[in-house]
Structures are given as structure tokens and as C-alpha cells.
Design a protein around this ligand. Structure first.
Ligand code: TNX
Length: 560
């Protein structure tokens, strides 16, 4: 695997530097090995499909191939797929109703669930059937992976585009297959976010949890409160080095003193949401409250507890500046969420709720008085009160509140979906309390952790979560009863970006760990880690063609 990857990287380097079509020699005769590769699901697909049966022969795409569809809803999937094939093949394949060399069919009788599909690749044609467009989309992504990895190139490549004959019946294990991305600590430009969504969608992930606000920057335009981005979107410098050093010696902290920031306009947000929707990815926005709000308090000091002017935070860690729990502040949050709901049509709205230090609430006579007036026994109950107010705003609007595990403290609204992040036990606790749960335990799916113990790994937050550990993750804790287990909707990987200054670094931390998680969440039968590593060799080639800066050090014995 290593030589071919190196070859591809050199090739991609050329593509990038010349910005022109790479000169690739057309192989004179396809080797036996390449033919075998074309046929072998087990060397290619991530995530591994449920059932498959391979047979002799290959289907070959030609410049004259046609993509057909039946069922109105199949049309947009067919068009998207034609576009995905166009870049690498250079073929402008027509999309038409009925017929076609590749036929996508919405079939009510197919029993494959909302996201499953059945695909038959024969020498003369490919047929993908599904109940719903999402299933068809996943079928096309499987087919895409069965073509040679160059199919992921953004510039035309001259080669034979064959996929081995196979019948596949496939359906995901979980309905929530997510990746999270924090764009507050470091801002990621629109095009980078788009590329990230594109890559996770090709791995059949279907949720993009977008952490849009935090102490270090507010990143979404809110028309009613322009200072959230005009002021809250910018910090006057960033801590240099690790937060641990700051915790020990705050007096010796060093900053880069560079004004840093950025935000997405509502137009950009809509574009991204639409782009994701076409790829069957739901974007879940997170507006973190009542903690992690220092950037908003910097913009509107009356939202804070001290009313003093605070800066947008330059350090990582947990801020003591949290929202005051007045009715007017709840109203502010609801105003923000009203605009958020206009931008994000999905059912789920994430309101954070993590790490809300109560120091300032405890210390404020005014807030103590408010607590007594509301008949609340302590500040945990005050936090619970706050979250319930927000829930009462979201539920009648037809949305479902999601929060990090801390919203359980003092009691969470029963309809709330819980994201346990410290450990799996919190998920057990939440499911037993009757909540739906999305697992995000840091020891398995925090991709801001180191990927190995090697001292040359780039600076990360701490903790070590190697690829194999991610692959070993089972989102359903064994101690749950079958009824409780059904409350686990799925899981997601976390990318907190304190130590990821740009998308290159995000990609390094995200891949290939996201590939392992994609398989954990999709494939009912995951199989051996060694087999996954083997399939990762093809996946790495695909990531090369996508220009993704993945961590390449995982060696597969079969390819070494
Ligand atoms: C905790 S996980 C946080 C984030 C940090 C992260 C770093 C969670 C809900 N909150 O604010 O970025 O740790 O790993």
C-alpha cells in the first residue's frame, strides 16, 4: 500500500501545483490483480455492506452510459451521482427517466428501511433499488467505491472504469451516524466545511453537528443581534501552547496578539445546509448555553452576571462568565433560536448545556434571590429551569432539544435527547431515565485526542484514542435491557478545534478515525480489525484523490 499511496500523493502534489489535468499513462493491459480488485467488496468498501454475493465479470462505465431513474424523488440522486462521476471520468452522462445503464429506482416493495438499498451490478447494467432517496444515495456511494479509487479525483483521469459484478443488500445499524465540528475555537471557511461534509457523506454518515458558538468566537450571523458576530466573532489574540501550561502559570501565558475570527453569513449557512441535504446529511446546529457564552457576553454585557465588559476569550478551558438566568436572557436565547430554526430545517436543535460553572450564579445576591423566588433548591435546579424554558420554546415549534450530558443535572425535559461525552455510564444513566441517547464518549470518539503515543504527533488536547480503539467501539452498552438499548439512536465523533488551527489539521485528526466510526455505525457485522485495515488501503487512495490530509501511518499486513 505504501508505495502506491506515495505515488498518488506525488501525483496529487503535481495536480495541485500545476492546477491542470495530470498526465497519467493509460495502462496498456489491465493486470490480473487489478481485475480481481475490481471485483472484491472485501478489499474496497468502507463501511462494509450487510449482505453481498460476488460473481464473475465486471460492469464498465463508458462515455455513452446513461443514468436512468424511476420515481420522481430518484431524479435528484441520479443527477448528483452523474455529477460525482463527471469530474474524474470526464463523461457527461445523461440522466433520464426509465432505462439506463445505471438505474436508480424508488421501489415501495423493497423492504430495506428508510436508508437501506439493494444493488445488482451485472456486466450489462447496474440497478439500485430503495424505498427512499437516502437509500438510493447510499447505493450510489457503494458503487462509487467499487470503481477504481481515481473516481474520487476532481480532475479527469484516463482509465477503465469497472466495478465487479455483485449483489448487495445493505442497511445501516444506526440512524444517527454523526460527525461534530467546532468552528468557534478555530473558524473553518465555507469551502472547507463543504469538503468535510462531502467526505463524511461518502462514508454514509448522515449528521453534521456544527458547534457554532463558544467562548472564543460566535460564528453565525443573527440579524436581530449583529454584535454577536461584529464583536463576538473576533478575539484579540490566541493563547500560545497548551492550556495545561496556562492552568499552572496564568501569569506566564503568551499570546500571539493577532486579531482572529470570522463567521458565516446566513446566506452561507443556507448554502451549506442545502449542500448537506442533497447528500442526505442533516446539519444540527449547536448554540451552547448557558455556559460557553463568553463571546456573546462580550458583545452584549447585560447577558452576563457581572455586567462588566469581558473580552472574547483568548484561552481554552472553561470560562466562569456564563449567561445570567433572567427572563430577558431566556428571551434573547429564544430570539437567536428563532433565526437558527429558519436556517436549519432539521428536527434537532442542540443547545449545549455543558460545563456551565455556577460560580457567578452562586456569588450573585440578585441571582440567589431569583432562585428563591422561583422556588428552586439550588443552582443545578436553576440550570434545569433554564433548559426547560428553552425546551418550551422549541417543542411547540416542532423541534427536539439535544444537550450534552450535563443537562441531566437537576433534571432534563423528558423529550430531550442526551449526548453523553465523559463516559458510557452517562449514556446508560440517560437511557434508564427514559431519554433518547446519542453516544459520544470521549475515550472512543473524541478525535481531538492523540492518535498514537509517538512524540512527533502534533500538539493535541491530551488522551490517546488510536484508530483500533475507535474501531472497537460499541455504541450500545451491554448492561442496557433491549428496550433501553433501543434508545441509543447512534453515535458521533467529536472534533474540538482548540489545537486544530485549520482544516488540514482537522482532517489529520479526523481521518482515518472517522472511517472506523462510519463502519461502527453502519455495519451490523463489523468483522476483524485487520480486514478493516485492508479495506482502509483503498479508502486511503480515495482520500488521496479527494485531497484529504489523513494520518497515513496505519499499515496493513496484507498490503505491506
Ligand atoms: C469539553 S465535550 C468540552 C469542550 C472542549 C472539549 C475538549 C464538551 C461538551 N465540552 O468545550 O472543547 O472538552 O476535549
Amino acid at each position: 500500500m505504501v508505495p502506491s499511496c506515495l505515488y498518488l500523493r506525488v501525483l496529487l502534489g503535481e495536480v495541485r501545483s500545476k492546477q491542470s489535468m495530470p498526465e497519467i499513462e493509460r495502462p496498456k493491459k489491465e493486470s490480473v490483480n487489478a481485475e480481481k480488485m475490481d471485483k472484491n467488496v472485501k478489499t474496497r468498501l468502507i463501511p462494509l455492506p450487510g449482505e453481498f454475493h460476488e460473481s464473475e465479470g465486471v460492469f464498465t462505465l463508458s462515455p455513452d452510459s446513461v443514468i436512468g431513474f424511476s420515481g420522481d424523488q430518484a431524479c435528484s440522486v441520479a443527477e448528483l451521482f452523474a455529477g460525482q462521476l463527471r469530474a474524474a471520468t470526464g463523461f457527461v452522462l445523461p440522466v433520464q427517466m426509465t432505462g439506463g445503464d445505471i438505474h436508480l429506482c424508488i421501489d415501495e416493495h423493497e423492504r430495506c428501511g428508510p436508508e437501506g438499498y439493494r444493488m445488482q451490478i451485472e456486466q450489462t447494467a447496474v440497478v439500485i433499488r430503495a424505498n427512499r432517496p437516502a437509500g438510493l444515495f447510499y447505493g450510489t456511494q457503494t458503487l462509487r467505491q467499487l470503481f477504481p479509487p481515481e473516481i474520487f479525483s476532481s480532475v479527469p483521469v484516463d482509465r477503465r472504469w469497472s466495478a465487479g459484478c455483485v449483489t448487495i443488500r445493505d442497511t445501516p445499524r444506526f440512524g444517527w451516524r454523526g460527525m461534530h465540528l467546532d468552528v468557534s475555537r478555530h473558524f473553518m471557511p465555507e469551502q472547507d466545511v463543504i469538503r468535510f461534509i462531502d467526505t463524511i457523506a461518502s462514508l454514509k454518515m448522515n449528521v453534521f453537528h456544527w458547534h457554532l458558538t463558544d467562548d472564543q468566537g460566535w460564528r453565525v450571523e443573527i440579524r436581530k443581534y449583529p454584535d454577536l458576530t461584529d464583536v463576538g466573532g473576533w478575539r484579540e489574540g490566541t493563547l500560545i501552547g497548551h492550556m495545561r501550561e496556562y492552568d499552572v502559570r496564568p501569569d506566564q501565558a503568551r499570546y500571539d496578539n493577532r486579531r482572529y475570527g470570522g463567521f458565516y453569513t446566513q446566506t452561507q449557512i443556507r448554502r451549506i445546509v442545502e449542500y448537506a441535504a442533497r447528500r442526505h446529511v442533516t446539519v444540527v446546529p449547536e448554540i451552547d448555553m448557558p455556559g460557553h457564552m463568553q463571546a456573546a457576553i462580550a458583545a452584549y454585557p447585560h447577558l452576563g452576571c457581572s455586567r462588566n465588559q469581558v473580552p472574547v476569550r483568548r484561552e481554552w478551558g472553561i470560562s466562569e462568565d456564563i449567561l445570567n438566568p433572567e427572563e430577558s436572557t431566556v428571551q434573547f436565547c429564544c430570539d437567536v433560536l428563532a433565526e437558527i430554526m429558519e436556517l436549519f430545517p432539521g428536527s434537532f436543535i442542540h443547545i449545549g448545556g455543558d460545563e456551565a460553572l455556577k460560580t457567578q450564579w452562586e456569588a450573585s445576591p440578585r441571582i440567589q434571590q431569583l432562585r428563591k423566588k422561583r422556588g428552586l433548591k439550588d443552582m443545578q435546579a436553576m440550570q434545569s429551569w433554564f433548559i426547560h424554558q428553552i425546551e418550551r420554546f422549541l417543542t411547540p415549534a416542532g423541534r427536539r432539544l439535544i444537550g450534552w450530558e450535563e443537562i441531566l443535572e437537576g433534571g432534563a425535559p423528558s423529550s430531550a435527547v442526551i449526548l453523553p461525552w465523559t463516559c458510557e455510564d452517562k449514556g446508560v444513566q440517560a437511557a434508564r431515565a427514559g431519554h433518547d441517547v446519542i453516544m459520544a464518549p470521549s475515550p472512543f470518539v473524541y478525535f481531538d485526542h492523540y492518535q498514537s503515543q509517538n512524540s512527533n504527533e502534533p500538539l493535541a488536547i491530551g488522551g490517546c484514542t488510536p484508530l483500533e480503539k475507535v474501531y472497537s467501539f460499541n455504541p450500545v452498552p451491554a448492561e442496557l435491557t433491549p428496550a433501553e438499548q433501543r434508545r441509543i439512536l447512534g453515535a458521533q465523533g467529536q472534533l474540538w478545534t482548540e489545537y486544530m488551527p485549520d482544516m488540514r489539521q482537522v482532517e489529520y485528526m479526523a481521518f482515518p478515525r472517522t472511517c472506523a466510526l462510519a463502519e461502527v455505525l453502519w455495519s451490523a457485522e463489523k468483522g476483524e480489525y485487520a480486514d478493516f485495515l485492508h479495506r482502509l488501503c483503498s479508502q486511503s487512495q480515495r482520500l488521496d484523490f479527494l485531497g484529504v490530509n489523513y494520518r497515513a501511518a496505519n499499515t496493513c499486513e496484507k498490503c505491506a
